[in-house]
Design a protein around this ligand. Structure first.
Ligand SMILES: [Zn+2]
Length: 308
């Protein structure tokens, strides 16, 4: 296990973050090509599971180039590129797309074009695993559900074209009911420490057991959360009106809301995802060196609160 100090490092509050190191320098064992890694990614997180609006897959890179050193990140920010290229990465697997919307220029005068230039000049490929990584078994919300100790976990919205275990969000039960305040402390402890912390709406002493989760922004799933009879919904980026309306409709009851960092809720997935890819490539006879970025890409730096 190693810590990487780059910019604002990720400082986990609970579960340790780990970088996975393969036996990259093993003599006589070939590194995979970018194309080999893309085939492994397709097996783990098929593009068919991505939402229609999403942009997943290879963003930059040649499929014939070698990809021995692979870095996983939530966001392909400039600080992550510094880290990746400083380490000599030949591929970055990013959860969020660098280019979600169509662009008419990748001139280096813009930060996205600059990122594309840096990647190409350094011979480093960039691939996006976004909503396909959310939906798959072992995806972002599955990892969150596991970290919270949920049982009998099912998708909140099953995938249209997938297995019954695939889809967006998850819902499951805690082994024993716990007070909402104690549950929120567990949520806080499993996520990386970020400026915004964890916000909760609901009665701190109420007992909760059924938990719905959605890594990233999940305010489009309220209807499914209600249908699941969840006591609590853990997600990110909850805005005033959707959150307020859910609480008004619940008249003080369930579902309670736990609003976490978008980055933090997805960062948990990086280590198991890196492990899954490393294991698959190693089973296929390839040597790789795979790491999880140590850069905290949460955009917030500090917060003022009345203090409680
Ligand atoms: Zn996200």
């Amino acid at each position: 296990m190693e810590q990487h100090e780059h910019g604002r490092g990720v400082a986990p509050s609970g579960t340790a973050w780990a970088s996975r190191k393969g036996d990259g320098a093993a003599q006589g064992v070939p590194a995979p090509t970018v194309g080999d890694v893309l085939r492994a990614i397709e097996e783990l997180w098929p593009e068919s599971l991505a939402e229609g609006w999403d942009a997943v897959g290879l963003v930059a890179g040649r499929s014939g180039n070698r990809a021995a050193k692979i870095l996983f990140t939530v966001d392909p920010t400039a600080a992550v590129l510094d880290e990746a290229l400083g380490w000599g990465a030949t591929m970055i697997v990013s959860h969020h797309p660098l280019l979600l919307k169509p662009v008419s220029s990748v001139a280096a005068s813009g930060f996205k074009g600059e990122a594309v230039h840096r990647l190409i000049e350094a011979g480093c490929a960039l691939v996006t695993v976004h909503t396909n990584g959310d939906s798959a078994v072992g995806g972002v919300s599955d990892v969150l559900a596991d970290a919270l100790g949920l049982r009998d976990v099912k998708p909140l919205v099953p995938a249209a074209d997938g297995l019954p275990e695939e889809g967006i969000g998850r819902v499951g039960d805690l082994e024993e009911p716990v007070a909402l305040g104690a549950f929120a402390e567990v949520v806080f402890s499993i996520l990386p420490a970020v400026a915004g912390g964890v916000r909760v709406a609901g009665d701190k002493d109420a007992l909760v057991r059924r938990i719905a989760v959605c890594g990233g922004a999940g305010d489009s799933l309220f209807e499914h959360v209600r249908a699941s009879h969840a006591d609590v919904y853990v997600t990110a980026d909850l805005r005033h009106h959707p959150a307020s309306e859910v609480r008004e409709a619940a008249a003080g009851g369930t579902p309670y809301l736990v609003d976490v960092s978008h980055f933090g809720s997805e960062w948990l997935w990086l280590t198991p995802a890196a492990d899954a890819l490393g294991t698959m490539l190693s089973d296929q006879g390839f040597a790789t060196d795979i790491r999880v970025s140590g850069v905290n890409t949460d955009p917030w730096d500090f917060v003022l609160t009345p203090g409680h």
